[in-house]
Design a protein around this ligand. Sequence first.
Ligand SMILES: NC(=O)c1ccc[n+]([C@@H]2O[C@H](COP(=O)([O-])OP(=O)(O)OC[C@H]3O[C@@H](n4cnc5c(N)ncnc54)[C@H](O)[C@@H]3O)[C@@H](O)[C@H]2O)c1
Length: 354
Amino acid sequence: MRKLGIVGIRGGLPRARMTAHYGNIDIVTACDIDAAQRDTAAALGIEVFDDFNEMLRKAPLDSLIIATPNHLHCEMTLQAFAAGLDVFVEKPLATTVTECDEMIAAGEAVGKFMMVGLCYRHSNLYQAFVNRIAAGSVGKPRMIWCKEFRGHWNPGHGDWRYSQAKSGGSLVEKNCHHFDIFNWAIQSRPVRVQAFGGHAVHDYCETIDHATVNIEYENGVKGTLMLSLFMPELDQLEIGVLGDAGKIETAQLHGRPAASGVDAPPQLLAQTLSIWPLPDGTETRQTVAPYYCPLWPDGKDQHLGSGRQFKVFNECLTQGRTPTIDGGIGRESVVIPFAAEESIANGGTLIELA
Ligand SMILES: NC(=O)c1ccc[n+]([C@@H]2O[C@H](COP(=O)([O-])OP(=O)(O)OC[C@H]3O[C@@H](n4cnc5c(N)ncnc54)[C@H](O)[C@@H]3O)[C@@H](O)[C@H]2O)c1
């Protein structure tokens, strides 16, 4: 049995339970500064700590899930590596690129792995999207876009997200997932980024609530992302690629059933993949079934790919599988949003990436 620990129980406990569901994992210990979170874990027979260092010193662990606010990821990962643990760390990898590099180097130095929670890479929808592009369905990719129009982070939960220093900024916290899909689909590195953003509705937050980001890749592909954090009720996410022979688009729609209240997690209502043109010049639209996820009440992997990612994490721990979503991918996923946040802070200046 591999001995798994958690830091950041609110999100870490369900992640650990999903990992353990696939076998040969014992969740032995959990740490959180919040007493109510510790009580939740203790009720399941898990030994709890309020101090991370003390947990590392005393608990017989060989692996750790880090699900704390973003500004804590780097320090906690470095401490976990120093204690000889394999690590699953939530996205975004860290709040600066320098921290990402330190984390990667530390893991390599001790020969321990780091898997990053970019769960969309494990989803049926985005795997189908990227595989179709790689197979040449749209010819050579020329443009990529993402529109994410979603609701606000609920105040009173995860308020660190409103702090630029603790979250890295809205584009880092929210859109590292989507810039990761850009990098994955385009298979090139970004060279130039320019962005505009600000506060349209939630002006009490330090972090912005809407933005547009433009990117140019080394291979000439142009990308655009639009984010809004004030769309009421529905969360809508569209990502597409235009190639020199056609267009492929994905759409995800999440919403809260009317009776469930604003605090309820949004439910996955639809996910589709559309390709144009078919040989007869028409468009096809197919519904992509979510990956089956045993711990969600309806079995659907609501947060795309998150179910499968913990099956993979389990296999990394118990069968020696190499994590596909490693520190390098985690690092690249934050390069564009950090540059975009810098551009916005400087009034929309063009950022040239080394
Ligand atoms: N992969 C995804 O799609 C996804 C989804 C949600 C959240 N996340 C990421 O997971 C992380 C946590 O997000 P969340 O929504 O669960 O945040 P949250 O604020 O709801 O939970 C954070 C937990 O960490 C605990 N904590 C804070 N400081 C601590 C410390 N010093 N020591 C021990 N525990 C501490 C808090 O008490 C809380 O239980 C973030 O990095 C976020 O970006 C990723």
